[in-house]
Every structure is written in C-alpha cells, then in structure tokens.
Design a protein around this ligand. Structure first.
Ligand code: FE2
Ligand code: FE2
Length: 278
C-alpha cells in the first residue's frame, strides 16, 4: 500500500469536510450533532434556513417511509418519525450529493441511485427482522458507499472507468488512489461525527464477516441489502460483494435465501424512482 498517497487522500477528505466544498449547512448540522445539549428543534431550525435542503429532506423522508399511508409534510414530522440521526444523515448526504453534483455532473446519479436503493432495502430488511430502529439502518445504507462519489469528485471519469472494469474494486482503488471507497467513506463519516459503529460499518462493508463475532449493529443488514441490490445491477456503482460467510450472516438475522427472494418481490412492488430525487 502506498502510504504517502493514502495520507494525502485522507487529508483531502478532511479538507473537504472542513473547508471548501461542503457548504455552510454541513458545518451547522455537524455542530448540532456535536453539541450534546442541542435539541431536535435546533436541527430543524438549521435546516429551515435552507429551503431547498428542507424540501429535499422532507421528500427523502417520505421516500424512506414509502409504503406508509401517512405523508410527512414538515421537518418536525420527519424528525419525529425518522429520528434525529436519520434526518441529520439525510441532510448531510443530500448536501454532499448536491455539492458534488455541481462539480461532477450527471454521472453522480448512478451513485445516488445505488445508495438510495441499498438504504431502502436495508430498512425493509430491518423491519422484517424486527429491528426497532430501522431508520438507523436506512442511514447506514445511504452512507455505505459515500466514499464513491467523493472519489469521483477527486478523480473524475478515471474513477468511473476504474469502477466499471474492476474485478476487485477495493484493491484497485487502494492501488490507484491510495485507499478504497470504504476507507474514504469512513474518514468522511468520522469527520462528520457519525457514531463509531456506523463509521466501522462503512469501513468494513466489503468484509462484513470481519465483525461476525462482535456483531456490528449495521454490518449484516447493509451487506445483505448491498448484495440484493447488486444482484440484478451492473455498472460503476455496484459493489458485487459475496461474503464467504454469507450463510452465517443470514443466520445472524434469522433469514434464509427464500426470505431474501420474498423481500426482492416486495421491493419490486414498491419501486419508487430513486433517480427522481436527484
Ligand atoms: Fe462499497
Ligand atoms: Fe454498495
């Protein structure tokens, strides 16, 4: 591994969060999250200052809660239904995707679509397995590949070309850019002060079996959602992970291949057009 390249890339990610490319709103949302005293009301207040972002967060909250009869109409309702962490995550991921899209253009939509599909699938899986905080899983799905649009912003079409032909994306990214999108995404999430187990899930999503024993909260569900979405997909955004411990990961969640098939049908019935959100 090229340590110099890796350190440079890490600095670039930190710089991106700290200084230039990320708009003021991210700093404000992050500050709310860092301040333990901050209330949900403060998050809503911060988001209300940016009407475009507020509208997007409400739209995404409804998409996250697809299948529910009740429509979310305000930021307060979004926070009440999805929780503080999920709304913060929607605001941050929405901000980063919007910001990168100014530079990177229309190809970004492939990364967004994949992230959104994984998020929705992961949340459906979470509900199926009786998980009480499915919105946390939604956020993990949305962020698991956040390193990809960041690498795309840094390296442009070269990154897309690498992703499209790669047989082992993690080792190719490490070789060409100094670190994988899993590392880049985890640096970004860490810098945005997301919880440690979420940061670890992003870092380890290509080797989910590494946390089988200590059971990272997010990892099995994010892996399975990624696996399901990648199954019929092709292109630069698709992960194509098949863990050697696939069956064990399924059994951790009391699932089997039949229940995954049932889930696929369920998702196909409720397809929304993820690309419409970007
Ligand atoms: Fe990935
Ligand atoms: Fe993925």
């Amino acid at each position: 591994m090229n340590t110099e390249k890796r350190v440079k890339l890490m600095e670039r990610v930190y710089e991106m969060v700290n200084l230039s490319t990320i708009p003021v709103i991210l700093a404000k949302v992050t500050a709310v999250a860092e301040d333990q005293e901050s209330s949900r009301d403060e998050l809503v207040k911060v988001l209300e200052h940016d009407q475009t972002l507020a509208a997007k967060v409400i739209e995404l909250s409804n998409a996250a809660f697809y299948g529910h009869s009740r429509k979310i109409q305000t930021l307060n309702e979004a926070v009440a239904l999805l929780g503080f962490e999920a709304v913060k995550g929607l605001a941050i991921s929405s901000t980063i995707f919007s910001e990168i899209s100014k530079v990177a253009g229309s190809k970004l939509v492939i990364f967004w679509r994949h992230s959104f599909e994984v998020a929705r699938t992961a949340m459906t899986l979470a509900r199926m397995t009786g998980e009480t905080r499915p919105e946390k899983i939604f956020l993990a799905g949305l962020l698991h590949d956040i390193g990809r649009p960041i690498l795309y912003q840094f390296f442009g079409d070269d990154y897309i070309a690498t992703s499209e032909v790669s047989k082992n994306i993690v080792s190719d990214e490490e070789e060409f850019y100094g670190a994988s999108h899993a590392d880049v995404g985890s640096w970004f999430a860490d810098k945005c002060c997301f919880p440690e187990d979420l940061v670890m899930a992003i870092r380890l999503h290509h080797i989910p079996e590494s946390h089988l024993l200590d059971t990272n909260f997010y990892l099995p569900l994010v892996y399975l959602a990624d696996y399901i979405v990648s199954d019929d997909g092709t292109g630069a955004a698709i992960d194509h992970i098949h863990s050697p411990e696939h069956d064990k990961l399924l059994s951790v969640l009391n699932l089997n291949d039949e229940s995954l098939e049932a889930l696929k049908e369920k998702i196909a019935d409720t397809q929304t057009q993820a690309q419409n959100y970007y």
